[in-house]
Every structure is written in structure tokens, then in C-alpha cells.
Design a protein around this ligand. Structure first.
Ligand code: BMP
Length: 227
């Protein structure tokens, strides 16, 4: 249950070749791909379209972590909708009125799923964002969000979210590998999908690395089911 984050480093000379290699080697093993600012900045919306074309059957999530006023985020959704993305990620802290209310309406109109960031995987999330986790969870009802982002690095937050929202919302958890969390930990605590990026994309053999990660994920999930 992996979403692969396609974040190209600036050292990559041929973006198309990089995308082709990784997608060809991984698309039968992952649920979907997450494309964020590094890919958008390096390759424009064309790069998003390329991912869509190369992986037509995988979930495609645009991770732009929107944090703007509603009308402007809606303009971005109009542009994004031309690339065939299935879902977008927005921050919760911007609030509902004139922000997430408009964004959620526009996503509905354009048939794009909305995913809200509830907590982040880096330590700074504890400084401000994590103080409002329970309020952010309430926003999922108001916006009709399809999913939330919660950190594999602090799995107790995932557990809290799952207990509060039940099964109606998908939980996506980053922080595996390069950021320290073990594959499988987030799923054990209630996540649906684990987001993994550099541990796979910087490997000289992405498929082999992904297969190793999937094996650890399977073992950790088995272990936690037994306990
Ligand atoms: P990596 O496995 O290379 O650390 O990548 C994690 C991915 O998840 C990145 O694309 C990052 O933007 C994203 N992410 C994160 O790391 N922490 C969060 O709290 C939210 C994210 O979207």
C-alpha cells in the first residue's frame, strides 16, 4: 500500500528519462504517485501529464499543499484539472471560510478528490500544526475531504485520527525511509497508504528497493496483526 513521491533532484538532467525509468519499474507495485512542487517547477504541468500518460491506472495526487485564499486555489484547480490528476493536497490551517469552502466546491465541480494535511512528519509540526489536530479533523466533515495526511514519524497521531474518523476517510502517511519511520508502522496504526519518496527514487535500482520495502511493510503489518 505505497504511494510513491516523485520528487526529482536538481541533478537530474533528463526528467522524461527519470520519470520513465521509475514509473516503468514501479507502476505494478504501487497504488499511485504523488507529484509535488519539485516536479512542477522542473517540468511544468507537462510533467504531470507525462506521469498520467505513463501510469494511467495508478492514483495520481498533486501535492501542492495549497494554503491560499479560495478563489486563487480554485484557479489552480482549473489548470490542474487539465492534467488528469485524481486528487490534490491542501493545508487545513487556512480554515474554511473563503478558503477550504471554495476549494472543496471547486474540487467537487472538477471531480478532483481533496486531501487535507492534518499533521506533518517533520518536528516543526509540533510547534503549531499539531496543537490543532482535532479541529482539523472536524474540517474533513465540512469539506467532504476524501483523505488526510498524517505522519508516519508520529504514529500516535494516525491512531487518534483513525479513532475519530472511522473508516470513511483515507489516511496517507509520509515519513518512511529517509525521514526515519519503518515501512508498515503507519499502516499498523491505521493509515491506508504509506507515502515513500527518496528511499526508492534515489536508488540505482528503484524496483529492487521498492520490493525490499514492500517486504518489510508486509512483515511489520503481519507482526502488528498478531500482537
Ligand atoms: P521522502 O520519503 O523522500 O522523505 O518523501 C516524502 C514525501 O512526502 C515528500 O514528497 C514530501 O513532500 C511529502 N510529505 C512529507 O514528507 N511530510 C509531510 O508531512 C507531508 C508530505 O506531503
Amino acid at each position: 500500500m505505497i504511494i510513491l513521491a516523485l520528487d526529482p533532484g536538481a541533478y537530474i538532467e533528463d526528467l522524461d528519462e527519470w520519470l520513465s525509468k521509475i514509473i516503468d519499474e514501479t507502476k505494478d507495485l504501487v497504488v499511485g504517485y504523488k507529484v509535488g512542487l519539485p516536479l512542477l517547477i522542473a517540468g511544468g504541468l507537462e510533467a504531470y501529464r507525462t506521469v498520467r500518460e505513463k501510469a494511467p491506472n495508478n492514483l495520481l495526487i498533486a501535492d501542492l499543499k495549497f494554503a491560499d485564499v479560495g478563489d486563487i486555489m480554485s484557479m489552480s484547480i482549473d489548470h490542474l484539472s487539465k492534467t488528469g490528476v485524481d486528487a490534490v493536497i491542501a493545508h487545513s490551517f487556512i480554515g474554511y471560510k473563503d478558503a477550504l469552502d471554495k476549494l472543496s466546491m471547486k474540487c467537487f465541480e472538477r471531480n478532483i478528490k481533496l486531501i487535507l494535511v492534518i499533521s506533518m512528519s517533520h518536528r516543526g509540526s509540533e510547534e503549531y500544526i499539531d496543537r490543532h489536530v482535532n479541529e482539523f479533523i472536524e474540517l474533513t466533515d465540512k469539506t467532504g475531504a476524501w483523505g488526510v495526511v498524517a505522519p508516519a514519524t508520529r504514529p500516535e497521531i494516525i491512531k487518534n485520527i483513525r479513532e475519530r474518523i472511522g473508516d470513511r476517510i483515507k489516511i496517507f502517511s509520509p515519513g518512511i525511509g529517509f525521514q526515519g519511520a519503518e515501512p508498515g508502522t503507519a499502516i499498523c496504526h491505521g493509515a491506508d497508504y504509506e507515502i515513500i519518496g527518496r528511499a526508492v527514487t534515489t536508488s540505482s535500482n528503484p524496483r529492487e528497493r521498492l520490493l525490499e520495502i514492500l517486504e518489510v511493510q508486509r512483515e511489520v503489518i503481519e507482526r502488528c496483526k498478531r500482537s
